[in-house]
Design a protein around this ligand. Structure first.
Ligand SMILES: *[C@@H]1O[C@H](CO)[C@@H](O)[C@H](O)[C@H]1NC(C)=O
Ligand SMILES: *[C@@H]1O[C@H](CO)[C@@H](O)[C@H](O)[C@H]1NC(C)=O
Ligand SMILES: *[C@@H]1O[C@H](CO)[C@@H](O)[C@H](O)[C@H]1NC(C)=O
Length: 511
């Protein structure tokens, strides 16, 4: 078979997929309508790609969404799997369409998108728009996470964008030499040139904390186990505590409530539904507030079967037989039990303290009961990182040895108040972290699970992080990337020059 006919059957095949029309045509200029659709395909490609990126970033915080949906609807599901799969399918589809339309333009074939593809393309736009609107209405704090991720990865995004935009030159050049439309002929390249110039100088605005000399890298943040090690054992159990200690966690970060008969115990949610078998043991009042149960009732519950059934982090499958056996037998721990374990292992404890509902016998005195429980054990007071704001002044007086940690940012003018802070990583800027650290204030950031985010806060200088993944992050010996500022300058300039040469070459060849 002669070479050119092989080549043209390949073009035909592309056209079959794109237009569902398989008749051979001579080289021709694309119709305006076809061009509009091709441009739309390009936009949809970018749109779905951005959405895929957003869903990957959300993965760090997905336990919040999973828990919230369980609280509202009673359905347990790892929503990151759903979100990422849908986004990946949409992005793959649009990238295939885009590549084909680029090939068709280059080889001068007609660009008439089949109506079925047109419907799918619109469907992609609708689906991604719904995702973005939903995120904006219900979970807008995640835009900050996205902004942080852009800051963290900006040098790579810049280089990726330079490559992408310079590849686009082929399509543009093809159009430029073929079109009869005088306005578009010059307008499109003008827009393109502005875009390229903006991209070339954009690193001036990049302030990624990991562009730093290796000698200036701050020490690695240490770990607070978020409810222990919730990926290895059911959250807020003694097993979770042990796993965290073995994974190098220094602080047990947990949640404390007071039972109906005044025993502080560990539990995160308002009800026992998510993390215990309360539905089987107390079917009639499974929806009661946790604090409305007595300690002996709470002791009847199993807090680990759910972990194996719901597999909240997809990690239950990787546990050994012994680990599973241990995990299966967990009960709700009392605060006292945990304090004794903390003392034994020299582990600090930090917790949120939840007020019982109105009408509860300890509605007023829940802080007192908790402080007394601590004082009645022999734990060293400097192992208590006191976070609750309720009656803090009284607590400082009763137990001056507790370390006080504040869950709020310091105001610009209260420079003489030097307190250690515990903040969401979305609630503090790079410059604030540096300002605090300059004043020797410890900065703990929560909840940092993914290596990219951990690397970011490490470069930024955080003292410690609250994390679900002590066992994974402890193995990182350095941030996942670190770039010398001078090396980055060279990479930046070389990438820009190569892209420029490539663009000029594309226009030259297409002619
Ligand atoms: C808990 O008990 C208090 C006092 O009896 C009652 O007012 C409240 O409604 C109960 N709350 C729940 C959620 O069970
Ligand atoms: C407990 O751990 C701290 C660091 O977290 C260390 O400085 C201290 O020496 C340890 N104390 C004991 C008794 O091991
Ligand atoms: C912070 O601590 C270092 C070392 O302990 C000390 O040299 C520095 O003066 C302290 N800075 C402030 C603002 O207290």
């Amino acid at each position: 078979m002669p070479r050119h006919s092989c080549y043209s059957s390949y073009k035909l095949c592309l056209r079959c997929f794109y237009s569902c029309s398989c008749t051979r045509v001579k080289r021709e200029i694309p119709s305006t309508c076809g061009c509009v659709w091709a441009l739309l395909v390009l936009c949809v490609f970018l749109f779905t790609l951005i959405w895929l990126y957003v869903t990957l970033i959300l993965k760090n915080d997905i336990h919040n969404l999973n828990e919230e949906i369980f609280r509202l609807k009673g359905i347990w599901q790892d929503w990151s799997v759903v979100l990422i799969t849908v986004a990946a399918v949409l992005a793959s589809y649009s990238v295939v369409l885009l590549l084909i339309s680029m090939c068709l333009v280059v080889s001068g074939q007609p660009l008439d998108l089949h109506w079925l593809h047109q419907i799918f393309v619109c469907f992609c736009i609708v689906l991604v728009s719904l995702g973005i609107i939903g995120l904006d209405l219900k979970w807008d704090i995640e835009w900050t996470a996205v902004a942080i991720s852009l800051q963290a990865t900006s040098p790579f995004l810049h280089i990726g964008a330079v490559i992408g935009v310079s590849a686009l030159a082929w399509v543009l050049a093809g159009y430029f030499w073929e079109t009869k439309n005088k306005v578009l002929k010059y307008l499109l390249p003008l827009v393109y040139i502005i875009l390229v110039c903006a991209l070339f100088v954009s690193p001036v605005f990049i302030s990624s904390p990991c562009i730093i000399k290796a000698s200036e890298l701050p020490p690695k943040p240490w770990f607070m186990g978020h409810r222990g090690a919730p990926m290895l054992a059911p959250e807020n159990t003694m097993s979770s505590f042990d796993k965290m200690v073995n994974s190098g966690g220094k602080v047990f970060e947990t949640d404390v409530m007071v039972s109906w008969d005044g025993i502080p115990f560990l539990m995160h949610d308002e009800t026992l539904l998510r993390t215990t078998n309360v539905k089987e043991v107390f079917p009639d009042h499974s929806r009661k507030s946790c604090s409305n149960f007595t300690w002996s009732e709470l002791q009847e519950l199993n807090t680990s079967e759910w972990f194996l059934q719901k597999n909240p982090f997809g990690t239950a499958g990787s546990l050994t037989e012994d680990q599973l056996k241990e995990a299966m037998q967990q009960k709700i721990p009392s605060l006292e039990e945990v304090l004794i374990a903390c003392e034994k292992h020299n582990i600090s404890i930090m917790f949120d303290l939840r007020q019982p509902p109105p009408g509860h016998p300890y509605y007023e005195s829940f802080v007192n009961v908790t402080v007394n429980t601590i004082l009645n054990t022999s734990i060293r007071h400097d192992l208590i990182l006191w976070l609750p704001d309720d009656e803090r002044e009284d607590v400082i007086k009763t137990a001056p040895g507790f370390k006080q940690i504040y869950g709020r940012r310091r105001e610009k003018n209260d420079t003489n108040i030097l307190y250690d802070v515990n903040l969401s990583y979305t609630n503090i800027s790079l410059s604030e972290i540096r300002w605090y650290r300059g004043d020797n204030i410890s900065v703990n950031l929560f909840v940092v699970n993914k290596p990219w985010l951990f690397s970011y806060v490490w470069c930024a200088g955080a003292t410690s992080v609250t994390t679900n993944a002590c066992h994974l992050l402890k193995d990182l010996t350095q941030p996942i990337w670190l770039m010398d500022p001078d090396s980055y300058l060279i990479i930046w300039i070389v990438a820009d020059v190569l892209a420029l040469v490539h663009i000029i070459w594309a226009f030259f060849v297409q002619r």
